[in-house]
Design a protein around this ligand. Structure first.
Ligand code: BEZ
Length: 210
């Protein structure tokens, strides 16, 4: 069965462009993003990896470790890294798993046989410091992902892990948020002493907590 939100992210050992890793140990107390690519030396993947390398400081700021995967061998990843640096202006600055035996791809359900028997789809898994899955995304090979959106979701996940709020449509860091329905008005008075706006009894808007 596919792994689902709230499940423990499967642990594994793997060879990466930065040496062998034991996944849970490598994550330590950080958040994690594990994302897969269909193949090395493919155009969309090349742009995605360059973009993630450019965004590395943003992931670091949020205490998130990023790790990529494709089912090609490490030697191929290392050659491809030269192209990524040359064409995208950013060298790989995070590990890329060489998963030629598809061990990790199968563990995470990254191969969708009706899309391709051999290549991984574009999966994204966001993993919390408790090693539980907080987000899964699946894109087809033909559509590059938007990593600003992944950062936006991480901001929401980190905020909602700390406060009893949820984030509305198109929310961005600093925008108003919603008090979760399980908090009564009486409890909300203690948690949000500066008050909130009641649009409907179930839709209570409050500035983003610090
Ligand atoms: C790509 O990454 O460019 C790609 C990979 C597989 C199919 C189509 C595009």
């Amino acid at each position: 069965m596919a792994i689902q939100l709230g499940d423990e992210a499967p642990d594994f050992t793997a060879e990466t462009t930065e040496g062998p890793i034991h996944f849970h140990q490598w994550l330590g107390s950080s958040w994690g993003v594990l994302f897969s690519h269909p193949k090395d030396f493919t155009p969309v993947c090349t742009t995605e990896l360059g973009r993630v390398a450019a965004l590395k400081p943003e992931f670091d700021k949020r205490n998130v470790k990023v790790i990529g995967l494709s089912v090609d061998p490490l030697g191929s990843h290392k050659e491809w890294a030269n192209d990524i640096k040359e064409t995208q202006g950013h060298a790989l600055n995070f590990p890329l798993i060489g998963d030629s035996d598809k061990k990790v791809a199968n563990l995470y359900g990254m191969i969708h046989p009706n899309a391709s028997d051999t290549a991984t789809v574009r999966s994204v898994f966001v993993i919390g410091p408790d090693k539980k899955l907080k987000l899964t995304l699946t894109y087809p090979a033909s559509t590059g992902r938007n990593f600003d959106e992944i950062l936006r979701v991480i901001d929401s996940l980190q905020l909602t892990a700390k406060h009893k709020v949820a984030t509305p449509v198109d929310w961005k860091q600093g925008g108003d948020v919603i008090i979760v329905p399980s908090v009564s008005d009486a409890d909300a008075k203690t948690q949000f002493p500066n008050g909130w706006k009641t649009v409907k009894p179930y839709l209570r808007i409050v500035p983003q907590p610090k």
